[in-house]
Design a protein. Structure first.
Length: 51
């Protein structure tokens, strides 16, 4: 007898967490001038660029 694994992901509940974790909220959207001043935009900084 074969048992199928069924997964249900509650995307609606995960949506706010995904937005905050990936800094996708409107306050995180900046222009290139502000981005150039950010501490994360340094040679040893950690960047998370999304194209």
């Amino acid at each position: 007898q074969t048992h199928l694994n069924i997964y249900h992901l509650d995307i609606d509940a995960m949506y706010p967490n995904i937005m905050i974790t990936n800094r996708l909220q409107p306050s995180a959207v900046v222009n290139s001038t502000i981005c150039a001043q950010c501490d994360l935009n340094r040679p040893n900084g950690r960047q998370h660029k999304m194209d």
